[in-house]
Design a protein around this ligand. Sequence first.
Ligand code: MSP
Length: 663
Amino acid sequence: MAREPGDKTRYITTPIYYVNALPHIGHSYTTVAADVIARYWRLRGLDVLFATGTDEHGQKVLTSAQAQGKNAQEFVDGIAAAYKAAWSAFHVSNDVFIRTTDPQHMAVVQGVFDQLRSTGDIYLGTYEGWYCVPCESYFREDELVEGNCPDCGRLVEQVAQSAYFFATSKYAEAILEHIRQHPEFLQPDSRRHEVVSFIESGLLDACVSRRRSEWDIPVPGDEDHSIYVWFDALINYLTVAGYLHDEEKFAKVWPPDVQLMGKDILPRFHATIWPAMLMALGLPLPGMLFAHGWWVTATADKSGLAKMSKSLGNVVDPLKSAEALAGPSGADLDIAVDAVRYYMLREVTFGLDGTYSMDNVIERFNADLANDLGNLLNRSLPLVHRWFGGTLPDGDPAASDLVDLAAKVRDRAEMAVETCDFRRGLEAIWELISAGNKYLDEKAPWTLQRDGRMEETAAVLRTVLDVARCSAIGVAPVMPVVAGEIWRQLGLTAAGVEMAWDDFEIGKLPNGLAMGQPTPIFPRIDIAKLAAGEPQEQKQEKRKEEPKKQPAPAAETISFDDFRKVNLRAGKVLSAEPVQGADKLLKLMVDVGEEQPRQVVAGLAQAFGAEHLVGKNVVVIVNLAPATIRGVESQGMILAAGEKEPVALVLLDPECPPGTKVR
Ligand code: MSP
């Protein structure tokens, strides 16, 4: 249902999550995708209502609470708090967190039930069939598994009991017609076809009550029945918008523009009962229901891949995944969280199933984030400090194809968000990033600067940094912390420049900008070392706790702080012998003033010969991470001069005692 032109309100929802389990990557997927759309809309200056929450009623919740010796309220409070904490850690910017146990929601549910009962859309009938008491679910004979409940495997009862029904079947034709008129209503297309077949195969009226239970919403005026959890849950979308309690808000917000969910809960619930309920209430239908695929992972017994579930033991905790990335890289946890968000949306087309793999998360971190996005900034910003004192002279970016490319990329990214094709949107942004890196290589500002062509040097750097600025805007919905950090490093935060989607255009980098200090955002992970369980070489200092005062490492310069990290000591070579099978290498024992001499493997054999080295006072880097070279451990490095091959040793006065600091 398209909004009127000029209407700036947007409303987006996720499903509300069951409180029987803590959030895993599957739940995070829906929530992060919705967050991306909400953030994109906000960048476009729209008024966004983004809601998520928890589905807290049902007999199963009561049973889980009892199993933990808690009362139901205590139990759901704990899980709802865990969901809120997870979303906050995952940079989810929801405006509302609805819980179905909120008294206001419970009143709305009863109000809707009453309304539909009064119009005859809900009626009292008799349910005859199989019923699973713990699951509160009715089943047809053919749905049972060996005569038992298909969900929990327990015994089912044959029942004939009074129950309330909602007249879903009455709306079947109207729903099909709506789908025909508005193909964008159900996305992706494959899911729409599935829903159409489902409806065409014949709809039964939905049973919307259960035997009275203390942990469900009672049917108003009927002590014997409770309202079915799905009927209760779907109404959350109305409660959030103000239905039956805030008319003004409801008039502004309704209907949702986008509702996201996994493919399992589209056909029966969101694409049938839900639109039928809205039609019965005389309300407009949502603009788009998008059903994404599942993340599958290896089951605990390694027998295959399956949708994540607690019982299969193959659940991935989103925060643990980010921690597993932050650990070896030394990246800030917030940056790692952004990287996991990026991975989820870049790796798999939204709508299809995907296999979650930590190896692939790391690979994308190194390739897309550290190499491509990170380098764009790391290779250009330090040069502004080095050659222009941190502020580029006023001017335009160098005329280049990048201006056109950025405009096209922006269009493609917009289209991608509108169609929930996040992967394609990110691919477009990465085309711009790669083009920016290529442009830097081709224009080689270091050569221009060496030749004294400072105006051209500045124009090239301005263009590259403008690409970085546009890229920050482009990635902001997916990686808000990363984008904020690029913004800060470019000096835009300090200059009070707000990020806006409309500024995704080359040429809008402000003149006279005092650029911030460069700090690599994504420290690369050495995959070989990770596999071997060896420590990573460069750990990044924590970005937030220790704001950098000095320019940080870059392609061209390093800060004094960085230099100080290199621990150089005087060492006396005690012995030297060849390393078997490597004619350039020598194994040296060097006294560096410690209890034991250090063993150092050095490529000095051809230049000097073993006997020449013994007794020499050399300079040793003693805090280099140990490495195994040709099977021999090396615990340091000896300084020598020479371009590719060593030609001279860096030697100290013979009287300098081993272990003396070299500065
Ligand atoms: N409470 C209902 C929704 C009511 S909405 C009115 C529910 N909750 S759920 O917690 O079981 O699932 C919520 C969402 O998480 C669903 O959209 C589901 O598809 C999604 N996922 C759960 N596991 C998933 C994966 N392994 N992969 C991707 N998403 C999956 O259903």
